[in-house]
Design a protein around this ligand. Sequence first.
Ligand code: ZN
Ligand code: ZN
Length: 172
Amino acid sequence: MVHMYIDLTNIAEDKEYELEFQAQGDNELFDARNIEFFSPLKLKGTYRLLNDVVQLKANLSFTIKAACDNCLVSVEKEYLIPIQETFHKDSESPEEYGYSGYKVDLSPMIREKILLNLDGKIVCKEDCKGICAVCGSDLNKNECSCKTESKNNPFAILKSIVGGAKNGSTKK
Ligand SMILES: [Zn+2]
Ligand SMILES: [Zn+2]
């Protein structure tokens, strides 16, 4: 997805270098979730090479666009993820990031950081009231008159259906 890598060809040992990348993220990363990148991915920070270990200190930032999990309204959300990682030459350990030759590919690490920091539930605001399960109106905009103890309780919906049928039968 993202082509971000550190080139070690002309790098001196134990010297700090600046790094700044910008790239378009791949929405496939979000799998089946209704999320897309709304800004390019930005990685800014410094790196240092010492004894075949690359130390990276950077901030990863990006904005996503998603539908609120409660009321479906469109939400933009900004992320700023501080990163402090090391990359080890020819490492085959799954516990650490590795690289070979003179190129440190940062993409797998970036992918992992995004998925680890992404909210499990995305809402437009913390007290989003969602949508009335009975009439479908957006409860953030207007309180509907549906008489239910809990707007999101499935039994409340059932109760109102049964209640409606009773009213109908008394009209005979
Ligand atoms: Zn909402
Ligand atoms: Zn309602």
